[in-house]
Design a protein around this ligand. Sequence first.
Ligand code: MG
Length: 388
Amino acid sequence: MNKEPRKVAVLGSTGSIGVSTLKVLRDYPDDFQAVALAAYGNIEALKEQTEEFSPSGIYLADEEKYYFFRNEYQHERCQLFSGSEGMEEMLASCRPDIVVVATVGFTGVKPVLWSIKNRIPVALANKEVLVVAGDLVRRLQEQYQTPLYPVDSEHSAIFQCLQGEREHLRKILLTASGGPFHKKPRENMENAGVQEVLNHPTWDMGKKITVDSATMINKGFEVIEAHYLFDLPPSRIQVVVHPQSVVHSMVELVDNTVLAHLSPTDMYYPVLYALAYPRRLEVPHKEPLDFFQLPQLTFSKPDPKSFPCLQFAYDCLEKKRGYPVAFNAANEVAVASFLEEKITFLQIAELIEQILEAFSPVDVSEFDIICKIDEEVRKKTSSLIKAL
Ligand code: MG
């Protein structure tokens, strides 16, 4: 079959998922082609990627770096973009067949909304998009009939288990590694420095998500993400701690059957599945799971005392009305401050709790309102940090 390769835009191309996505594109040149790349400000990596993949558009969020890049690095076939509408302008100009959204935090919301409205399928790795704008995304998705494919490993696992089984789904069993503080004494968390927190036992990921894994807010976000992707109430999404990260999640069906998804711990696989869906492509060059080499697989309940952020996520999902937006904004500011060593690890959860306690619920059916809450909560969290 002689088919044109699928044109792919990679937003967040220099981040961890972006790099995994480009590995997939490199391995399957007949199936996929990079037409647009977006990065925050890592110009060295972006330059290399541009030389290798010859996209027709690139975007840099950091304007200073954008001007530097533009002056230093002219490329006649490649158009450069920046600014608050730049990512959408690039997508409009490059017209990809699928957009991989692997940006971090709130940044991903706008390009996702744009892609859905323009009926371009989205492979979503940026879970915060569904946390802050889940209802809006779902509404637009239904209106425009645009598919959204999960890239988050757990949600990809659930999505794969549900092929042909959607109507039988009773419950999602969302696995969590538990992060570096699973079953460790509390002093470890009290005294945790940035380096210890960034030392994740099973996954090699970006900094923000690694901190989010240590607080388990990442799993909380994933509960919210699962709610929107698979349309289940929070009471039917259960977190199961599985420190080996071999089972990537499970689904319980109406006849008590549980289907689990297992694969090597590598984001290459969920990216490949999202890009190739509904096909499943052969991976000849990577080692499959070797069951005789696996550690013992264990499963346990999360500890709510050590990880209050997980419960905050359930509470925010029950309440909705802007709570998840505030939850995310407070976390983004707190995590950035922790990485700059301005606050301690435990203060991340304390700040989020303070923000949520003082939050007044509002209707969030429009994107402008979501932006306003996001901005206000960021300011408030910053001032709480200054006052510490
Ligand atoms: Mg995940």
